[in-house]
Ligand binder design. Structure first.
Ligand code: NAD
Length: 257
């Protein structure tokens, strides 16, 4: 049996599917990932954007906001692709337990997955928060301020505190509720499907292992090999959009027969 058909069988037989996504599901929407050639880390220095560096110096904050100002338009304007819509189809089929995403681009919600079924492990770029008083701002509002003035690092209107996007930076504690919820859902699912993650960023990369230990089947769809491939029942090194659409289409057909 070929891999697509085997994966479709697993979907048809499952009742609680967790979809785990990384930057790779959004490259077909025009948002570069971090680690592929031409990805974000080829253009910016990853070490410059850690949380300890962000809070410790104005120069680092300027560098971070300059980066953020550059990437925001591409993320704000991006549209979901066939991979995101295949996940929506699983929801419509009544099979989707939740999406656990490392992405900050809110494309799963844009594609039609209900908000309460999306666990954003690394936050979202949609918001900005004050590190002093916790006031929240829409990211778009801050973008207008950055473009329309000489302001390099936006400050809180209420208290003058440092503003930071509501994403989880390297070196920043993971959000407690999301991390616990992701672990619980991973442990309880009967099928865990990774779509577009290098599976090297922890603790997110632990979730497929948690699922496997809980007795779930594991499918990995990623262009390049991952360190967890040996745990997987099926590994497909192809583009998510066409492959996941075909898998879901075949799973639907198997359920009708
Ligand atoms: P990553 O960049 O480490 O890995 C992405 C993986 O996706 C790579 O292994 C690559 O081979 C694969 N890939 C790329 N395009 C693909 C395609 N069309 N089909 C199948 N596979 C494809 O990203 P990661 O594992 O998500 O982890 C790094 C961090 O990067 C995460 O915290 C994530 O939040 C952040 N990030 C998010 C976005 C986004 O929100 N879209 C973009 C860049 C980085």
């Amino acid at each position: 049996m070929d891999k697509i058909s085997a994966a479709a069988d697993m979907i048809a037989q499952s009742k609680k599917i967790v979809i785990f996504t990384g930057a790779g599901i959004s490259t077909e929407s025009g948002i570069p990932d971090f680690r592929s050639p031409g990805g974000i880390w080829d253009r910016f220095d990853a070490n410059a954007f850690t949380y300890p560096k962000f809070i410790s110096s104005q120069a680092n904050r300027e560098m971070y906001w300059d980066f953020s100002k550059t990437i925001w338009p591409a993320i704000a304007q991006a549209e979901p692709n066939a991979g995101h819509y295949a996940v929506v189809e699983l929801h419509r089929m009544g099979k989707l337990d939740c999406v656990i995403t490392q992405n900050i681009d809110f494309l799963h919600q844009k594609s039609g997955v209900p908000e309460d079924k999306v666990i954003e492990l690394h936050g979202t770029l949609k918001g900005v928060t004050c590190l002093e008083c916790d006031r929240k701002y829409p990211r778009e509002q801050i973008q207008k301020r950055l473009i329309g003035s000489a302001e390099k690092v936006p400050k809180c209107d209420s208290c003058g505190g440092i503003l930071k996007p509501t994403t989880v930076m390297f070196g920043q504690p993971m959000p407690e509720w999301e991390t616990n919820e992701a672990e619980t859902r991973s442990a309880r699912c009967d099928l865990f499907l990774v779509a577009g993650s290098s599976l090297v960023v922890y603790p997110a990369a632990q979730m497929p292992v948690v699922a496997k230990h809980g007795g779930a089947k594991l499918i990995i769809i990623n262009l390049t090999p991952t360190p967890h491939d040996h745990y997987a029942d099926v590994v497909i090194n192809e583009k998510i959009g066409p492959v996941l659409s075909e898998i879901v289409k075949q799973a639907r057909a198997k359920l009708k027969n």
